[in-house]
Design a protein around this ligand. Structure first.
Ligand code: ATP
Ligand code: MG
Length: 267
């Protein structure tokens, strides 16, 4: 199974936000990072892939099926999107919120989904929150609950927009490791927006770097994230070093002088 994106363009309010996005086929069972500065178009690309906002493309296919021909619910079954901003809180417990997500397209009794919902909570180390009301959760706990909901009824493609931005160190690493495991177990393609490039290096198979609405680079993270690219796109002076355990780490020396004001220019 693969996702093919060719010549995707997106305009919002008369402004070009994404131009000519073409990628090598993205494969199931892999985790693909979407990186880039603020305003570079990451969330817009996620929303365009999910069909939430309109986009034109030469080709947008999942395993040969033209996604643009699918109805809204069928497309959401294939590609599930977890937004960067969480929706307003409902008066539900965490477990009920998961049951609702599991039964979203069924009329089955809500209680029937309890074992599946509990299994997801256990895998994410969240079972202690099962009976808590959504209204009483901390920011990070809400973000984790949103992720647990997105993992209900695994789709083919999971689109996660900054899923670890509010999480503490343990959960950042636990969630990213778990996503890797789930991508293999369910043959899922996971596309995840990450700002921390060390997470990109450690947990993802492929990175797509966006800059000013276009593709700046794409490929294996350790090969793509060169000092030149980090300077040109992220406006930092940085280097990659291999630590004593053989893991590549990005070390930021300093912000590049004079580049920050030119980063988010209108196209
Ligand atoms: N509805 C809209 N109308 C006009 N411009 C928009 C609209 N939505 C987003 N934009 C612009 O599109 C550009 C890309 O926004 P987007 O939210 O995709 O960025 P991002 O890469 O996700 O940034 P961040 O890292 O801050 O979340 C920005 O310049 C933003 O101002
Ligand atoms: Mg965004």
């Amino acid at each position: 199974m693969s996702l093919q994106i060719e010549a995707l363009n997106c305009e919002l309010n008369g402004q070009t936000i994404l131009h000519d996005i073409s990628l090598p086929a993205l494969q199931s069972g892999t985790v693909v990072a979407l990186a880039g500065p603020n305003g570079s178009g990451k969330s817009t690309l996620m929303r365009a892939l999910a069909g939430i906002i309109p986009a034109r493309s030469k080709r947008l296919c999942l395993n040969g099926t033209d996604l643009t021909r699918l109805g809204e619910l069928d497309r959401a079954d294939q590609l599930r999107y977890l937004p960067q901003d969480l929706p307003p809180l409902l008066d539900l417990t965490v477990l009920d919120a998961l049951r609702v997500a599991l039964n979203a397209r069924k009329r089955a009794a809500r209680t029937a989904a309890a074992p599946e919902a509990l299994a997801i909570l256990t895998e994410l180390e969240l079972s202690h929150l099962a009976e808590r009301s959504l209204r009483t959760l901390s920011g990070g706990q809400r973000q984790l609950t949103g992720l647990a909901q997105a993992l209900c009824r695994p789709p083919r493609v999971l689109l996660l927009d900054e899923p670890v931005s509010a999480l503490d160190l343990h959960f950042q690493h636990h969630i990213l490791r778990t996503l890797r495991t789930l991508s293999k177990r369910h043959s899922l393609l996971i596309i995840v927006v990450l700002h921390d490039l060390n997470h990109v290096l450690r947990y993802t198979d492929h990175v797509v770097v966006l800059h000013q609405g276009g593709i700046a680079a794409t490929g294996i993270p350790g090969k793509v994230l060169t000092p030149e690219l980090l300077n040109a796109v992220f406006a930092v002076q940085a280097r990659l070093e291999t630590c004593s355990q053989g893991i590549l780490h990005l070390i930021i020396d300093q912000p590049s002088p004079g580049l920050s004001s030119t980063r988010d220019q209108t196209l």
